[in-house]
Design a binder for this molecule. Structure first.
Ligand SMILES: NC(=O)c1ccc[n+]([C@@H]2O[C@H](COP(=O)([O-])OP(=O)(O)OC[C@H]3O[C@@H](n4cnc5c(N)ncnc54)[C@H](O)[C@@H]3O)[C@@H](O)[C@H]2O)c1
Length: 349
């Protein structure tokens, strides 16, 4: 099976493409390589790649693929807030356009990397995929709008599926420091303080980045009818935590650290607690391997072995927003977040 993975050089994609290759998939990437130098370890092996902005893809570039895994985009609230119109341009309209071209090119399956953040302010009661969208940020809204428009393209020959990932944690060669568990372990390791910026009450489902990658592989392996035009929360139902519980786990795992609440931290509007039971029923190959405690230990080992300092944690290698601002300042990205000088032609390299 020939699969195109967009955003394959990010936090998730760097783990996913070798996993797909190992399973025997013929994998091609598509990425503008925003974070190519944001590595803490060995990179994934290079694969044939379209170095093109997802907003500028052409239909003939999508011909011959059996499936597309669509990861490319702005990946969190701080980036989404930078310029909300650009966020909608990339995450919503860019994704819907990619799906439409994929359908026209005869691609049978389209796996969209959505997010539980589209549930937004959902309260403390556990919800499943039938819950209404209540996003509180442009990032969350962009994912819901993309789902709506892509779902409308479903047909006998085109099966979109929406993997609403929980908040990721864990080690990838392109580690992110802007995810709650990664950040708290990094802070605890460097300062001895597990600094919580809210009052600790918000609920979040958490999932290891490697298990997200496993979910995409399991979705490709699952029968098409089981996933056709459906959304699935991706995570583990037992792995919903209040942020204060995450802090307590980090305190336990990082020797000598203690939880500290930032002055003035109130409740966070983003608050959702989700059931993840539907996905493993539809995609029985999905067997997640991690929980928050084992993930915190893995992260601590990584901070130690890569000697990641407080400045590293807050710098542009690990913080997506910082890196993008640097690329704008240096003139490599224009204000629409397009590369000014694409590195290579848009043909497969
Ligand atoms: N990590 C999480 O917690 C999480 C949770 C839910 C959903 N997701 C979604 O999964 C996807 C991947 O997340 P990630 O954590 O790997 O993000 P990431 O920022 O590490 O990677 C994104 C990748 O997309 C590429 N990219 C960005 N804009 C592009 C564009 N316009 N054209 C082509 N390529 C572009 C970047 O170069 C990068 O390689 C995103 O869509 C994100 O919203 C992530």
């Amino acid at each position: 099976m020939r699969v195109l993975v967009t955003g394959h050089r990010g936090y998730i994609g760097t783990l996913l493409t070798p996993m797909l290759a190992e399973q025997g998939y013929d994998v091609v990437g598509l990425d503008t390589r925003l974070y190519d130098d944001c590595l803490i370890g060995a990179d994934a092996p290079e694969i044939p790649t379209y170095e093109v902005d997802v907003r500028d893809v052409e239909r003939d570039q999508l011909e011959g693929f059996d499936a597309i895994v669509h990861l490319a985009g702005l990946c969190n609230d701080p980036l989404g807030d930078l310029n909300p119109e650009i966020t909608y341009d990339i995450n919503h309209r860019g994704s819907a356009r990619l799906a439409r071209l994929a359908r026209e090119a005869g691609v049978g399956r389209f796996l969209f990397s959505s997010s539980c953040s589209l549930y937004g302010a959902a309260g403390d009661t556990p919800i499943d995929e039938s819950a209404p969208f209540n996003p509180v940020t442009p990032y969350g809204r962009s994912k819901g709008l993309a789902e709506r428009d892509i779902a409308a393209l479903a047909s006998d020959d085109f099966s979109p599926t929406f993997l609403r990932n929980a908040t990721a944690y864990g080690v990838s060669p392109r580690l992110r420091g802007d995810l709650v568990l990664n950040n708290l372990v990094g802070l605890a390791f460097n300062t001895g303080e597990v600094l919580i910026r809210s009052d600790g009450s918000p609920w979040r489902p958490l999932v290891h980045v490697e298990d997200i990658a496993r979910a995409f592989v399991a979705a490709l392996e699952a029968p098409r009818e089981a996933l056709h035009a459906k959304p699935f929360n991706v995570g583990i139902t037992a792995e919903n935590y209040q942020v204060r519980q995450v802090g307590d786990i980090v305190e336990r795992v990082v020797p000598g650290s203690r939880v500290v609440y930032a002055a003035g931290g109130g409740p966070d509007a983003r608050n959702y607690r989700v059931s993840c039971d539907a996905f493993p029923r539809a995609a029985p190959d999905f067997r997640p391997k991690w929980d928050v405690e084992s993930g915190a230990r893995e992260l601590l080992d990584a901070f130690r072995s890569h000697d990641l300092s407080f400045d590293d944690l807050n710098g542009s290698r690990l913080m997506r927003i910082r890196h993008v601002l640097e690329l704008i300042d240096s003139g490599e990205l224009d204000q629409t977040l397009r590369r000014r000088h694409p590195g290579r032609p848009a043909a497969l390299t």
